[in-house]
Design a protein around this ligand. Structure first.
Ligand SMILES: Cc1cc2nc3c(=O)[nH]c(=O)nc-3n(C[C@H](O)[C@H](O)[C@H](O)COP(=O)(O)OP(=O)(O)OC[C@H]3O[C@@H](n4cnc5c(N)ncnc54)[C@H](O)[C@@H]3O)c2cc1C
Length: 383
């Protein structure tokens, strides 16, 4: 019997993970990446329990775990140093951090080992009649997947409506080669008014820092960062700012993707292309990996690919929709809470720490695919 064929647009976290999962099931898989190589833009990344389950299953964690940090606690601290929330990161709340490049290289290597063909310099233009169109030609397949990020050409060509909207929040990210500011396995989010700073270890020798502020806050947007301005808001972090002012940064606006349909015929939309969300909960890659696993799992042995894709969306979509809604609430609460209601912030932060069910609701995705009745065995399955 000839192998089933999948053409995937995008060599990011979603495209590589799905490619590896399908290839392991015996599919012939080609991933089209527009860039010259597989690489990540950005600094560090939080990998939550739901991502970890999939990465363990794929055998990626076995390769990269020593290069990351297993966190023990997450804290929210206000600018005067008071800890308003502390959560222990264990069980369904476990979190590891990595440099982004470490994660993508782990996924790339597992995909290549599983037999995935990665075609770089291959820019996708969209889909037509169930085939993938690139600048180099047309690729017929049993399954076509758009894992091509928030500005997905595949999604646009399907005319399903929705699309990408920029949000009025800006984030700067840094990866600095020191653990001087992060000797413990703990991630701290510092809050001052409507600015936030996350500081976390990411491996033995690195610290990942993100700094978030409203778009309209022009002083916060300056790069290299304005040490005096940030120090006025976070006096206890001055030393860190001095170090960051010398470090390379990436700057992004937050964004959100609305995609009314994830499956049309034999075409599926995966990852940020389907549900891009503000990174407030550190769950974009988590949802992407979970949904990739669920898709591969529901396609296993399915004779009717379009029916399996419809089933996939019906079973897993609610987790992404709820997480996206909470990620947006977190963003607007931290960015837009009027000064007059500032007294509410510590109360809300404390409440979410004190009452577990609130955090569990917001962090629904952490619980993974068991919510959709799709178990993810931790052992690596044979190819
Ligand atoms: C500031 C920030 C912080 C974040 N922090 C976290 C975090 O801590 N934890 C977490 O889980 N998530 C986080 N995320 C989200 C996470 O990065 C994304 O959800 C994840 O990368 C999505 O993977 P993807 O494969 O769907 O898309 P992408 O990572 O965007 O990959 C898409 C790939 O497709 C390629 N491509 C695009 N268009 C084309 C085309 N036309 N033809 C061919 N190739 C194409 C791109 O070059 C890219 O390689 C964060 C996001 C941001 C912006």
């Amino acid at each position: 019997m000839s192998k089933r064929k999948a053409e995937i647009a995008g060599g990011g976290i979603g495209g590589l993970a799905l490619g590896a999962l399908l290839a392991r099931q015996g599919w012939q898989v080609q991933v089209h990446e527009q860039g010259a190589e597989i690489r990540e833009v950005g600094a560090g990344i939080y990998i939550k329990n739901n991502s970890l389950e999939v990465l363990e299953n794929l055998g990626v964690m076995a390769r990269i775990q020593p290069l990351g940090t297993e966190l023990e606690f997450a804290q929210i601290q206000f600018a005067d140093g008071t800890v308003k929330q502390q959560r222990r990161l264990a069980g369904a709340s476990r979190v590891h951090t990595f440099a982004r490049q470490t994660l993508i290289e782990g996924l790339r290597d597992v995909a290549l080992d599983a037999g995935v063909q990665v075609r770089t310099h291959s820019r996708v233009r969209g889909v037509h009649g169930g085939a993938l169109l690139t600048e180099n030609g047309k690729f017929e397949a049993d399954l076509v997947v758009g894992a091509d990020g928030v500005h997905s050409a595949v999604r646009t060509s399907l005319n399903v409506g929705g699309g990408f909207t920029e949000l009025p929040t800006l984030i700067d990210r840094f990866l600095i080669p020191t653990r001087r500011f992060t000797p413990q396995a703990r991630t701290v989010e510092h809050w001052s008014g409507n600015r936030r700073i996350g500081v976390t270890p990411a491996g033995k020798d690195h610290t990942y820092v993100y700094m978030v502020a409203p778009f309209a806050d022009q002083a916060a947007a300056r790069l290299p960062l304005d040490v005096e301005d940030w120090s006025r808001r976070f006096p206890l972090l001055r030393e860190l700012f001095v170090e960051l002012a010398e470090a390379p940064a990436t700057q992004y606006p937050y964004g959100i993707v609305k995609c009314p349909k994830w499956a049309v015929g034999n075409v599926a939309i995966l990852g940020d292309a389907a549900h891009g969300l503000p990174p407030t909960l550190g769950q974009g890659a988590g949802l992407t990996l979970m949904n990739a696993y669920a898709l591969a799992s529901l396609l296993q042995g399915a004779a009717d690919v379009p029916a399996a894709l419809r089933d996939w969306e019906r079973r897993v979509r609610f987790i992404s929709d709820r997480t996206q809604a909470w990620a947006c609430r977190y963003d607007s609460f931290t960015r837009g809470c009027p000064q007059a209601l500032g007294f509410l912030r510590p109360l809300v932060v404390w409440g979410f720490g004190r009452f577990r069910f609130l955090n569990d609701r917001m962090r629904v995705a952490d619980h993974g695919l068991r919510l959709a009745g799709i178990p993810v065995p931790s052992q690596v399955q044979a190819c």
